[in-house]
Ligand binder design. Sequence first.
Ligand SMILES: Nc1ncnc2c1ncn2[C@@H]1O[C@H](COP(=O)(O)OP(=O)(O)OP(=O)(O)O)[C@@H](O)[C@H]1O
Length: 305
Amino acid sequence: MNSIIKVENLVKKYRDFIAVDHVTFEIEEGSIFAFLGPNGAGKSTTIHTLCTILDKTSGTILIQGKDVSKQKEEIRQLIGVVFQDSTLDPKMTVEENLKMHGHFYDVPQKEMSKRIDMTLELVDLIGRKKSPIQSLSGGMKRRVEIARSLLHEPKILFLDEPTTGLDPQTRSKIWSYLTDLQKKKKLTIFFTTHYIEEAEISHKVAIMDNGRIIAFDSPKSLKKQYTKDQIYLTTMQQNSLERQLKLQEIPYRKLSNGYYKIEFEPIKGFLKWLQEHSNLYKDLEIRKGTLNDVFLEITGREMRG
Ligand SMILES: Nc1ncnc2c1ncn2[C@@H]1O[C@H](COP(=O)(O)OP(=O)(O)OP(=O)(O)O)[C@@H](O)[C@H]1O
């Protein structure tokens, strides 16, 4: 694996409180990586130490072989960041905001206009180049921030909850721009999100809890390892259904909403039973395990709440 980020035994303390507790992981160049976990798990703290915004307490962070403690400036040129709180100047136009960033990152003057147009085209906002930021919608502002973060041609894009507060349609549009970028520019994308389903597009997911990484793999492998397909049934014949399930030693749980929940792996093995006993149930729903179920299985708690 060609790792672009290598984190080893990362610890971040705030006084005596350990916010990040001996975290170790690697991220492959050109991949999409999602960082999940409940509030206060330590995701933002980790991302901020990787982006050189926050100093770590101990451990090693290498970004393309460069040490964040010693080579901050070089690393800043390698990364683009989009954080939750907008840092765009609302009174300035889109173009002026991008130009300011370009100067800050030493984008050569003769390349500036070309790069601004190119990045705005990537997020479909070239037509709004001359618009003041304050005239744009929330989703457009986030897209301007993404364009701005790409202006100095970074190798890695860090996004801390890039879609929080946006409507589902805008969120899906932003993800389609980001996945497109990852493919076209071979960009490595590292993001945190509260919308667990957004992590499904990533190549690897790390789930963090209480400052530690408790699971790390592809969404598919995590779900395969920790979840089972779930079948939900309703019935008019409770006694007969329960008798049959018990007879076949099929584990079930009766939920407070009247549904019977059956977890079965592999689901194929249960389909025959369902066909043969179709007279015993009314509604049938099959749900695949989610990343939230993975968290629930490992910790016994919901990821949210
Ligand atoms: N500046 C600080 N001083 C003291 N404690 C802090 C500071 N920043 C964060 N913490 C604590 O460190 C822990 C991890 O916080 P962090 O913001 O990294 O979590 P998170 O996973 O990003 O949560 P969220 O999803 O809510 O953003 C929390 O318990 C938080 O209260």
